[in-house]
Design a protein around this ligand. Sequence first.
Ligand code: Q46
Ligand code: ZN
Ligand code: ZN
Length: 282
Amino acid sequence: MKCEYCEKEAVENIYGRYYCENHFVKYFLGKVRSIIDKFGINGRIAVALSGGKDSSACFHSLHKLKLDLLPFYINLGIESYSEICQKKAEELCNSLGYRLHIIDINEYGINLADEKKPCSVCGTAKRYLMNKFAYENNCKYVATGHNLSDVVTFALNNFMNANLMNFRGNRPYLEGKEEYKMVAKIKPLYWLKDKECMLYVYINRLRYAEEECPHAISAPTIQIKEWIHEMEGKKPGIMLNMAKSFWRLEEMIGSKAKLNICRKCGYASYSKICKFCKIRKR
Ligand code: Q46
Ligand code: ZN
Ligand code: ZN
């Protein structure tokens, strides 16, 4: 099949349109640009690198769009996995001319191997440390590599568990709150599926870790993601519509939770002591 926009062979079919490598990359960057423009992103962005394909695609696309970036990596101290991922993130940064900033979770007294629910602790620690790093380094935003598949999976998982309190954070842009030391969050890959991120890293020959976190096997979201991809295969566009619906729902629900300042660390918290400080105390 030929590309819709030139004579070259197509490599991808997106919602019924065929794209060659060049035009696919243009499509991809156009989707990232649409998020940047819609929310008027202008200023330094701390980019969270995990060593995986999505954050690598996120960082590379923002670099291509010539934004002001500060890449960082959170070493979770998970056996050899964390070391491999750090190495890949460092290689990617070196190849693009950046220095990677490293944050070591063990320095905060957290050891995921000792935790009964490592993913829950890991999620809290990552959110906290990302924001702290961005805030302390005068960044206006934190960018993460969450893509369309992740956003829909996350929202569906909460929906299926009647967890409407956590039914937030699905939007591509979450405003910051200076008085709570909260930096704005952006998801530049919001409109792009897993498979498209994979194709982007492949075409651009980006370095990324193919290894999975050993704790990922027990995550219930893996099955949900497989299921939505199967549905998407049968009915292309269904994921896009779900993301739009969840976005609207989130706006309608709003957030009634009252924000405080953690008495221990001075960052935002929904109780007197933030979740991160509670984990550290434990
Ligand atoms: S939450 Fe769980 Fe992931 Fe953390 S412990 Fe590994 S699988 S890395 S996104
Ligand atoms: Zn083309
Ligand atoms: Zn705290």
